[in-house]
Design a protein around this ligand. Structure first.
Ligand SMILES: Cc1cc2nc3c(=O)[nH]c(=O)nc-3n(C[C@H](O)[C@H](O)[C@H](O)COP(=O)(O)OP(=O)(O)OC[C@H]3O[C@@H](n4cnc5c(N)ncnc54)[C@H](O)[C@@H]3O)c2cc1C
Length: 535
């Protein structure tokens, strides 16, 4: 019999699998594993500038064969994806039918899940971020370290973010910043005491990027192509861990399949899987099942298995705002001569009331490799003037992304419904007036400090609920025993052999990006299971 079946191949799944496979257990991982078969091989291994100047075939991947890189009409789920990343959405409508109203429920059936196209920011949580959870930082410490050593995490442990991002000695050297980061840090350093006293902390981003070789992955090459391809495999993708898992004889990967449901027998769990391209389903028997299908996907499998229709579960998602800014502090600085990349240049925490839990996280990106025409649309000027202005100033535009924390609430729910006999997942997500007012107030206070960093905020854009693509809390870890909750070791209450090891189990979300904690927690749950099954 199989020891453990894992549903999913994303950041959570592969990191739950490692301790199980290392313990010698027979592990089968099931995933649709959709891959990009159009653009991957036509993007040359070069840097953005060189490709823009020399590659005659660049229109194919920058604009897309169907011009899918030129978003028109209302913003839809995945609008921010470049053409080579749009495969992340393939098959989702068909296999994961969802009616989320205005909530952006971004799900993916890609090999490696959402992290096949993520931004790789990995601030760790501390006890304050996990207040009220049945686990704390001490429970995750060794698992953060194991995951960091596995995936490669860089940053400067001695900068002003250290008090919010305590690291256990796992950091690789920080990324080098470009001209925008350099001018922002200069201004920050010259008045850091004042800014810290007002709650603003800036530093080098904590990123899942190897700035030195890690295993077979080479060091980061600053090609500024991170939104387009993975020719330089230094930004972490779950499939690198999957490749390592596949070298073990006790690990099997069942691609092209999805888990529909499970039923428990006396000493095993029977899993029903179906092939994505049609045909009959298969049943597999294992000692344990670990669900890592994403916070929304795992909830879908649990509700379906329990035959629980119209049964609401909680859902949390970080509210997200972005603010294009002009870096007037950097005007006149040559953009050349600085290494370039498209990911976070500067990480910020705004923590004006340390007694409260309402810290916000900011990430500053240089706006360059996403192509200037998208910025031109936002300008109030006519096209010709706008183009001239953008050409002169493009190097000095930055985008400040702001994440807030989120807590469960009565109007933040998902449930399964039968529509013409087919299961459809529905989401209702509304924030209270108090939450909205607090978000506005915190953002206004943060934006008032931006000129001190040389930044002029131009426009505040709210892309809508769910747009952070950070989802959690559907099957939360609790100390109280309730149905559809999990124990601190990840076991789904009411079951003996079903474990949840993705964002579903986080009871709420601090402002910090969740995925490093998802991976550490998955490693913790996988390690616990490995110990209990190896006895
Ligand atoms: C553009 C973008 C930028 C992001 N940037 C950041 C960032 O900078 N920092 C950060 O912390 N987070 C970021 N995120 C979020 C991050 O990617 C996710 O939190 C993380 O990838 C979730 O991992 P997961 O494995 O739990 O779930 P998922 O990535 O959702 O993976 C779920 C997997 O399960 C599979 N699956 C689904 N249903 C089934 C089923 N029924 N049976 C079997 N398999 C199934 C899917 O195919 C998928 O492979 C970003 C996301 C995106 C899209």
């Amino acid at each position: 019999m199989i020891d453990v079946i894992i549903a999913g191949s994303g950041a959570s799944a592969v990191n739950a699998a490692v301790p199980l496979v290392e313990a010698g257990l027979h592990v089968v991982m099931i995933d649709a594993a959709v891959e990009d078969d159009v653009y991957k091989d036509i993007i040359p291994d070069g840097d953005f500038d060189t490709l823009r100047k020399t590659d005659e075939g660049q229109n194919r991947y920058f604009l897309g064969d169907e011009f899918e890189g030129i978003p028109l009409g209302p913003v839809r789920v995945g609008a921010q994806l470049t053409p080579p990343r749009q495969y992340l959405l393939r098959g989702v409508e068909k296999h994961l039918p969802t009616d989320a109203g205005r909530f952006q429920a971004f799900q993916s059936l890609a090999l490696g899940g959402l992290a096949a196209g993520w931004g790789a920011a990995v601030p760790p949580f501390n006890d304050r971020d996990m207040e009220g959870w049945p686990i704390g930082r001490a429970d995750l410490e060794t698992h953060y370290k194991r995951v960091a050593d596995r995936i490669g995490v860089c940053g400067d442990g001695g900068d002003d973010l250290a008090s919010h991002c305590e690291d256990g000695g796992w950091l690789l050297p920080p990324l080098s910043g470009d001209h925008n980061a350099t001018s922002i840090f200069r201004r920050y350093t010259s008045r850091s005491e004042e800014l810290r006293s007002r709650g603003l902390f800036a530093g080098s981003p904590r990123m899942a990027i190897c700035t030195r070789p890690v295993g077979e992955r080479e060091a980061f090459r600053y090609q500024d192509m991170e939104f387009w391809g993975d020719k330089n495999p230094s930004v972490y993708r779950p499939r690198y861990t999957l490749d390592e898992l596949r070298r073990h004889d006790n690990f099997e990967f069942m691609a092209g399949h999805l888990v529909r449901s499970y039923t428990e027998e006396e000493d095993s769990v029977v899993v029903e899987a179906f092939p994505c391209d049609g045909g009959g389903g298969r049943t597999l028997k294992a000692a344990r099942l670990v669900l890592c299908a994403g916070a929304i996907g795992s909830a879908r499998i649990v509700l379906r298995s329990a035959d629980a229709w119209n049964t609401p579960l909680p859902l949390v998602s970080n509210p997200y705002t972005y603010v294009p800014c002009l870096n007037f502090g950097g005007l006149g600085m040559p953009d050349r001569g600085y290494p370039r990349h498209s990911l976070t240049q500067v990480m910020l925490f705004f923590d004006p009331d340390p007694g409260k839990r309402r810290l916000i996280q900011g990430q500053i990106y240089s706006y360059r490799s996403l192509l200037t025409f998208k910025l031109m649309k936002e300008s109030p000027l006519a096209m010709t003037e706008s183009r001239r202005l953008m050409q002169a100033l493009a190097w000095y535009f930055v985008v400040l992304g702001i994440h807030h924390g989120d807590h469960p609430g009565r109007s933040k729910r998902l449930w399964l419904e039968k529509v013409d006999d087919d299961p459809v997942l529905r989401v209702k997500y509304r924030r209270t007036e108090g939450e909205t007012a607090e978000r506005r107030e915190m953002e206004a206070r943060l934006l008032r400090l931006m000129p001190k960093l040389g930044l002029l905020p131009l426009k505040r854009i709210d892309p809508g609920h769910g747009s952070s693509i950070h989802y959690a809390g559907t099957l939360p870890m609790t100390t109280k025993s309730r149905r559809y909750t999990t124990t601190r070791s990840g076991r789904l209450r009411g079951t003996r052999s079903v474990y949840i090891a993705d964002g579903s189990v986080l009871p709420d979300l601090p402002a910090k990006g969740l995925t490093f904690t998802l991976m550490a927690n998955a490693d913790r749950i996988g390690s616990h299971l490995a110990r209990s099954l190896s006895r």
